[in-house]
Every structure is written in C-alpha cells, then in structure tokens.
Design a binder for this molecule. Structure first.
Ligand code: FAQ
Length: 328
C-alpha cells in the first residue's frame, strides 16, 4: 500500500454520498470553465481533504528538503557557493511557509500539520530521505530535484485552487533560480578534474532511482490521480511529469558527458514516451512509509528545531500587555 496518511481515507471519502448533487454540478462546471476556487467558496469535502493532504505533504517536503542541502552550507566550496546555497535553503523554508498558509485556508491548522509530520503520520517527498554524502549530491539536488519539482509545480500552478496556485507561481519563480544555480554547480564538476567528474557521476548513480520515484507511482496504480485530475488539482499525471522531466533533462545530462545509470533508457520515437528500467517500487513504498535511509534522522532534526523554537512562538502569541515593562 502506498497510502496511509491520517488526513485522508480514500475508501470512505470517495463515496461522496453526502454532497448536494446540484452544488457538486455547479462546482464542477466552474472548474470546467477554468475558474479558480477560493477558500470561502463551496467545495466538496473530498476536494478539501485531497487538497489538504497534497499541499500539506508538499509543505513538509520543502521544509524537510532544506535539510540534506542545509548540511552543505558550512562546507560549500567557496564564499559565492556558500552565499547562494544559504539563500536557496532559506527559499525552500519560505516555500514551506507559503504552502502551510495555503493549506490553512482549507481549515487544518499549521500546528496540527507540524504535529502530524513529527509523529510520522504525514508524508513528505521520498527523495529527501537519502543522505547527501558529497558536495556533488548537494549539486544533484539543486539542479535535478529542483528541475523535477518545477515540472510538477508549473503544471499545477494552472490548477483550480486559488491559494495553492498563487503559492506555486511564486515558488516556481524562485525555483528557477535554484535550477540555474544547480546547473552551474553540476557543469563545474562535470567539466572539472577527473576526481570532480567521478564524484558527480557517483552522485548521479546514487540519486537516479529516487529521482524516478520522485514523480510518484505509475499512473496505473496511482491512488489519487484520477480525482485530482478531474478537479484540476493535478494538471499532469505522475507518468506525464516523469516523461517531461526525462524529455527536458536527459539531453542536458548527456551533454555534460555524464552517464545515466539505466541501460534501457531510451525515447521511443513512435510513442514519444521514454522507456526505462522500472525503478524498484517496493523500495519507494518503504521510504515513503518511514523506512528509508534518513527518515529517522530527518524527523529527529525537525523535532529538535520545533522544541528549540517553542519559546519564540509562545512569546509571539502572548498578548502585548505582558511585554510592558515597569519603565515603559
Ligand atoms: N514521495 O496516488 P499517488 C521539492 C504517496 S517539493 C512521498 O500518485 P498523488 C522542492 C502519495 O502521497 C517535492 N510520497 O499520489 C525542493 C500517496 O500517499 P497518501 C514535493 C509519495 O498525490 C527541491 C501515495 O504515495 N512536491 O522537491 C510520492 O496523486 C529541492 C499514492 O500516490 C510535491 O509535493 C513521493 N515522491 O501524487 C525542496 C508536489 N509520490 O497521501 C528542497 C505536490 C506519491 O495516500 C530542495 N504533490 N506519494 O498516504 C503532487 O504533485 C502529488 O502529491 C505527487 C503524488 C505527484 C507527489
């Protein structure tokens, strides 16, 4: 089973038994016309729940996604790389803030979302559960993970839920800088010394399978794609995103003289679809359900951050009068 998040029960929720058929019809007509749905508009319960699930997982992915690259800030090669990486990592955390705010418009509090993440009840992207051993791993993330994220997010920014689409538009602009920065880093290594080229190739070999997993399970087994595409939350299916990523980035990777670790990878000229060795979906299931190489470490770091920041949140929430000192 791929699923298991606590916020959504596909079996009971897909029945939609309680929805008013006329309201549902009007809602679907609005979506068909390409209108945006806003927080105060009527929406089916399932649409709300699906959005919360997806936006929340996306927000968690950004905040956890800051961790593998974040460990490289102190070791980035040179001042300019350090500055750029620091800005990128800050951006990713900022994306999480935008996304939590978008999910909150649907009625789930940020505190509850964070609690669900820390308790392991809520998912986040598989790809951030792998270690960034070398600087080249960090470069892979900055270039190709960001590239994959943009493929998905650019499509979904044209979707139906206003707050999510507006957040995605802004995120995509920032991600496009990350992508250029990451590409620059990879070009530097791939055209550098033998040791640098080897380091880059090894990182590519390590990250290729998680990258193929990143777009989600194949369409034929994806649990949520059908309803999400019907309601224009997802604008491209998992396989369409994976195919578009391969279309755009395989030539760029090969151009750098790097080798993709899949002997079966090729574009079928008749179908225009990429063919590849199916990544191991059992590994994917393990990783997204909490049993990947770094899941425990990632959540442990977030728990420490949460505990350390508690006094700041408490101070911010206290009424102003409590800060009036006797001298004021
Ligand atoms: N990782 O039925 P589907 C980034 C789960 S942001 C973990 O196909 P759906 C920025 C799925 O949740 C990266 N879990 O699901 C950055 C479901 O489980 P559930 C994140 C996954 O929703 C860059 C079950 O499998 N992007 O990288 C994954 O239709 C660099 C069944 O799957 C987003 O979140 C996965 N890869 O399609 C930051 C974009 N794939 O909930 C730092 C928004 C599937 O039933 C550095 N999300 N699952 O328990 C989406 O577009 C979709 O949710 C998909 C999955 C495409 C991720």
């Amino acid at each position: 089973m791929y699923g298991g998040g606590n916020t959504f029960d596909p079996i009971t929720d897909t029945k939609q038994a309680t929805e008013d058929p006329q309201k549902l019809q009007e809602f679907e007509a609005r979506i068909e016309r390409g209108e945006k749905i806003e927080p105060s508009d009527w929406m089916p319960d399932l649409y709300r729940k699906q959005l919360i699930r997806m936006i929340e997982q996306h927000a968690h992915s950004e905040i956890i996604g800051a961790l593998p690259e974040g460990t490289w800030i102190t070791r980035a090669p040179g001042f300019k790389r350090k500055l750029a990486l620091m800005a990128k990592v800050q951006d990713e955390v900022g994306h999480a803030q935008l996304l939590y705010a978008a999910a909150e418009t649907l009625g789930k509090s940020r505190e509850q979302m964070i609690d669900d993440l820390l308790e392991g009840k809520s998912k986040y992207s598989n790809i951030f559960n792998y270690p960034a051993f070398t600087w080249a791993d960090a470069c892979f993330i900055s270039w190709l993970v960001d590239a994959g994220a943009i493929v998905n997010q650019l499509a979904n920014s044209k979707g139906s839920y206003g707050p999510y689409c507006r957040a995605l538009e802004r995120i995509c602009v920032e991600e496009s800088f990350h992508l250029k920065y990451g590409h620059h880093c990879v070009i530097h290594l791939a055209t550098g010394t033998d040791i640098q080229r080897k380091m880059m190739q090894e990182a590519l070999n390590r990250w290729w399978e998680p990258m193929m997993h990143f777009f989600g399970p194949p369409d034929k087994v994806s649990v949520h794609t059908e309803v999400l595409m019907k309601w224009k939350v997802k604008m491209s299916s998992n396989d369409q995103c994976r195919n578009q990523f391969l279309d755009m980035y395989v030539p760029k990777i090969l151009e750098l003289g790097l080798t993709i670790p899949d002997p079966l990878l090729r574009k079928n000229p008749e179908t225009e679809q990429w063919e590849y060795t199916e990544p191991d979906w059992e590994v994917f299931k393990k990783v997204i359900n909490g049993d990947g190489p770094c899941n425990e470490e990632r959540l442990a770091v977030r728990r420490v951050a949460e505990a350390r920041g508690k006094w700041v949140r408490q101070a911010l929430l206290k009424p102003k009068t409590e800060y009036v000192t006797p001298l004021a």
